[in-house]
Ligand binder design. Structure first.
Ligand code: F6P
Length: 524
């Protein structure tokens, strides 16, 4: 497929951009006071206000024309019907099947019965742990979970448990993601092994950090409770059943998911077990329901009103027509502190690509840098850069309409700040003193969740997942592989023996760095 940059629809968009000239987003507001209503959309209960983007209604029409020309509706169908959209790994990407009830066939086999069976096992197990029916080796009920995993095997569960803190009435979950031994020490400090369940989440069950931490957890349990304890205290969420068995887990401790679930799309699978244990399976299933509601809309709604499609397209407009290399996610919810990190993996690991599906180097820019923070603390840290820095970032404001805590007045102040920041970024301010001047015309989208509950969290995450897919479809890249991470893993495998005193052939730069580390470690 030729690059999207050579398509007539993209050329029309560039002409349109040039015709907009020096007009600013607040000029659009002056010319079209109705643009707020026209550019605000809804998806599964989440409101999405695009009116502070540098787009007019015509821009949206032209972007939709681009999506049609690039075959987006057909790509959406290919995604949902289990086609092998992950071409480099020759797999479907069927995370949508984990939260729906539609029949989908992979290699002629309907996946729904298996998905339902896996979910039922999760339900039974989460319930048994929460009710104290599945106990530890000494008969104690589990008060804590050590959740071991990294990347997609940790970011989603961590985000969900934090976001749903008001429903977290089960065992307390602590995460161990880092190979840095300090993290295991910190996470396990004060825990009673006899009352701790270890959940090892790893799609491959080979990831170095996770497997090393799992081995440390096993040793920690065994030292305290004896060699039989891991069979009561360790469970796995994985697509590699065989490796979990080889590791020593009995079948009933292994909660499988399918190869066609990408790591960063796996929160909906058994990787979500720590969430189900913390908040209960019914709450976890509300999250699935929110995501499924988005799937239904994404698959059926006309592109003109289709929120994930519009978000993806506006992102392409910002990146490739307006040249923005950076995108900030601003969570106006303390409990969504981990959202920027979650989206960083979702967007950057999916669309941080430089060749198209057929291997041709792209002649355009793909995923921007995704970063962000929790607000309002970010306002007192990096917003200065957003308002007056020399680079321009697009922003997503994530706002929750109903209070998340008891003090209503605080919530009102939180909302006032969210509204104020997006307005200030757009309008800026002109003054005689140049250091006070804010140029404005800095674009943002505001997402409004009615409340921070499981349903709307599920909706929000699925909206972003599909946004990523829309961008990949228009760009013609594969959102579902991540070959770029392999080289570093391979080199780490070569460096580790050297660190352990074995002969290893190292690049001179690495040999030099190791000698610096050793010298400073010895003498510093
Ligand atoms: O190295 C990248 C990656 O493969 C991510 O895509 C994935 O989420 C993470 O590592 C963890 O992988 P696993 O779940 O197989 O341990």
């Amino acid at each position: 497929m030729p690059s999207f940059t050579s398509s007539p629809a993209w050329r029309a968009l560039l002409d349109h951009r040039d015709a907009l000239g020096a007009q600013r987003t607040d000029d659009f507001w002056r010319a079209d006071p109705e643009r707020g209503a026209e550019l605000t959309f809804g998806c599964a209960g989440v409101g999405v206000d695009l009116s502070k983007q540098r787009v007019t209604r015509e821009t949206v029409q032209l972007l939709v024309a681009l999506a049609r020309e690039r075959g987006l509706p057909q790509a959406i169908e290919r995604l949902f019907t289990g086609e092998r959209v992950n071409t480099s790994e020759n797999r479907p990407a069927l995370h949508t099947a984990l939260r729906g009830d539609e029949h989908v066939a992979v290699d002629g086999v309907d996946v729904l019965p298996e998905v339902q069976r896996h979910r039922e096992r999760m339900r039974v197990f989460a319930h048994a742990v929460r009710e104290g029916q599945w106990k530890g080796a000494t008969g104690k009920r589990f008060t804590h979970v050590l959740a071991i995993g990294i990347g997609g095997s940790a970011l989603g569960p961590k985000l969900a448990i934090e976001a749903l803190a008001s429903s977290a009435d089960g065992p307390v979950v602590r995460f161990v993601t880092n190979i840095d031994p300090a993290q295991f020490d910190d996470a396990s400090r004060g825990l009673d092994p006899a009352a701790t369940l270890v959940v090892v989440a790893s799609k491959t069950f080979t990831t170095q950090e996770t497997m090393d931490n799992a081995a440390t957890a096993r040793a920690w349990l065994t030292a305290a409770l004896g060699p039989e304890a891991p069979a009561r205290h360790v469970i796995a969420a994985t697509a590699n059943h065989e490796a979990a068995v080889d590791w020593g887990l009995p079948d009933c401790n292994i909660f499988p998911f399918e190869e066609w679930v990408g790591g960063r799309y796996s929160i909906w699978s058994s990787v979500g077990l720590p969430v189900a244990i913390a908040v209960g399976m019914p709450v976890f299933e509300h999250m699935l329901a929110g995501a499924h509601a988005v799937d239904l809309e994404f698959r059926s709604k006309a592109l003109e009103h289709n929120v994930p499609a519009l978000l993806g397209l506006v992102g392409i407009w910002n990146r490739d027509a307006l040249g923005m290399a950076s995108h900030a996610v601003l969570s106006y919810a303390a409990r969504l502190e981990s959202l920027p990190a979650y989206l960083q993996q979702l967007e950057m690991e999916s669309n941080g690509k430089r060749v198209t599906l057929d291997g041709t180097p792209v002649d355009f820019e793909t995923c921007p840098v995704i970063w962000g923070g929790t607000e309002t603390p970010g306002q007192h840290a990096f917003h200065q850069w957003l308002h007056q820095g020399t680079d321009r970032a697009s922003c997503d404001f994530i706002v929750v309409a109903r209070p998340m805590g008891r003090e209503r007045a605080h919530h009102e102040a939180l909302l006032a700040n969210a509204c104020a920041q997006s307005q200030a970024l757009m309008t800026g301010v002109a003054t005689a003193e140049s250091w006070r001047e804010c140029p404005g015309d800095r674009v943002s989208t505001t997402f409004v969740l009615p409340e921070l509950d499981a349903f709307h969290l599920g909706s929000l995450l699925a909206i972003y997942e599909h946004k990523v897919f829309v961008q990949a479809s228009v760009w013609g890249i594969n959102a579902f592989d991540q070959w770029g991470v392999e080289l570093g893993k391979k080199i780490a495998g070569q460096v580790l023996p050297a660190l352990r005193g074995k002969a290893a052939e190292l690049h001179p730069a690495t040999a030099h760095l190791l000698s610096v580390i050793r010298r400073i470690g010895d003498t510093g």
